[in-house]
Design a protein around this ligand. Structure first.
Ligand code: FES
Ligand SMILES: [Fe+2]
Length: 398
């Protein structure tokens, strides 16, 4: 019998930070005061820069890998190959989330293949059938008499530091220095995500986009609202006021808001349903994750850089009700399907990702030595400052 993950009651109250951004929007929005700034084109086009970012950032920082909703039941696991090493995201019999290396401890083959979730209390290696529980323990092997003296406790799956908070699963490759990753910001952000009830949402769809662009070009597109009325004129542009935005930071992560008319009285009353209908909150989670909270659903995008000019972006759409089945669910499904098609296929793939891929080609042509950022784009410069602060000195000249 399957056990469904307990859906924690969401606070459904805005945090102080979310309210402050709503107040800034009601006041007409905030604007950076740094004047015109630049980012060097080589930040996007250099092969060496990509290697250094992988070593200094992605190999060290806590990374979001998936929403909790990817593993809605106990005893579930999903293989994950986007970060360069074979990984396995698992939820054990007690409901705890783990990120393991998806590598059998016998002779190293892939324990689970594919990219779809599997539901089972035990994972059996296809090679010689060593068997593991979903908490990583080796529970059995055929012909144990042929391994005299083997202690199963020494052969658990390698677990990477993992934290589940606010409906997201984070992990870190950085196990060298004592095995303790710093998940403090994941916990702080979790309070914000609890205000959206993120941990109680359900996965409607997921899709991995293969984009011929540097990963930072996609982050850039979600760090400014300057393009929204232009690039998205035919899709979501009309839903937002031009250039009215607010934002702040939580450690290296950014939190921002765009919206329509914001009622100051609703801010004072902390009228969260009204504010959520009017405001789209976006979280730019360092280094490469985006969480976009639309009024009635959420998109999580996880960036997995493959090369200086190629990134995989996994887009998850999360909805407030379980995906409906059967004919009676047709209407609900059609409703969510429409939003999925508009955002994933239209706004993201055909507009934001396409602009990023064309930008990659343009920057590689040598026509532009450095990109130029106006006062509506200061979030981009601040993000690149975070990136460059982690690079060796010579690479951080921007
Ligand atoms: S490699 Fe997995 S059981 Fe042998
Ligand atoms: Fe966009």
């Amino acid at each position: 019998m399957s056990v469904t993950v307990e859906r924690r009651p969401a606070s459904m109250r805005p945090t102080a930070g979310q309210l402050a951004l709503a107040q800034q929007l009601a006041d007409g929005g905030s604007r950076g005061n740094r004047g015109v700034t630049h980012v060097d084109a080589t930040a996007y086009t250099s092969f060496e820069r990509h290697a250094v970012e992988q070593a200094r950032i992605f190999a060290r920082a806590p990374l979001v890998i998936a929403p909790s909703a990817l593993l809605p039941e106990h005893n579930m696991a999903v293989p994950h190959d986007g970060f360069g090493k074979p990984l396995l995201i698992a939820r054990d019999a007690e409901g705890e989330a783990h990120v393991f290396l998806n590598v059998c401890r016998h002779r190293g083959t892939r324990l689970v293949e594919g990219s779809e979730p599997v539901c089972a209390p035990r994972l059996v290696c296809p090679y010689h059938a060593w068997t593991y529980a979903l908490d990583g323990r080796l529970t059995g092997l055929p012909r144990p008499d042929s391994f005299p003296g083997l202690d199963k406790a020494d052969f658990a799956l390698k677990r990477l530091p993992t934290r589940e908070a606010g409906g997201l699963i984070w992990f870190s490759f950085d196990v060298e220095e004592g095995g303790q990753a710093d998940f403090d910001h994941a916990d702080t952000l979790g309070h914000d995500f609890d205000a959206f009830g993120l941990a109680g949402l359900h996965l409607f769809r997921r899709r991995t986009h293969d984009v011929a662009a540097n990963w930072k070009l996609i982050m850039d597109a979600f760090l400014e609202s300057y393009h929204v009325q232009r690039l998205h004129a035919a899709t979501i542009g009309p839903f937002f006021k031009d250039g009215v935005t607010s934002g702040d930071t939580i450690g290296p992560h950014r939190r921002s808001a765009v919206g329509r008319e914001i009622d100051a009285a609703a801010v004072r009353a902390e009228d969260w349903p009204t504010l959520r209908r009017a405001i789209t909150y976006t979280y730019q989670l360092f280094p490469g994750t985006l969480l976009i909270v639309s009024p009635d659903y959420v998109n999580l995008m996880v960036m997995m850089p493959q090369a200086h000019d190629r990134v995989l972006v996994e887009d998850f759409m999360l909805i407030p009700e379980p995906p409906a089945t059967g004919p009676e669910g047709d209407r609900a499904r059609a409703h969510w399907e429409k939003s999925w098609t508009l955002l994933d296929g239209g706004v993201f793939a055909s507009e934001d990702f396409r602009a990023a891929a064309l930008g990659q080609e343009g920057l590689q042509s040598g026509a532009v030595d450095r990109v130029t950022l106006g006062t509506l784009e200061t979030g981009i410069r601040a993000f690149h400052d975070e990136v460059e602060a982690r690079l060796p000195q010579a690479d951080s000249v921007g």
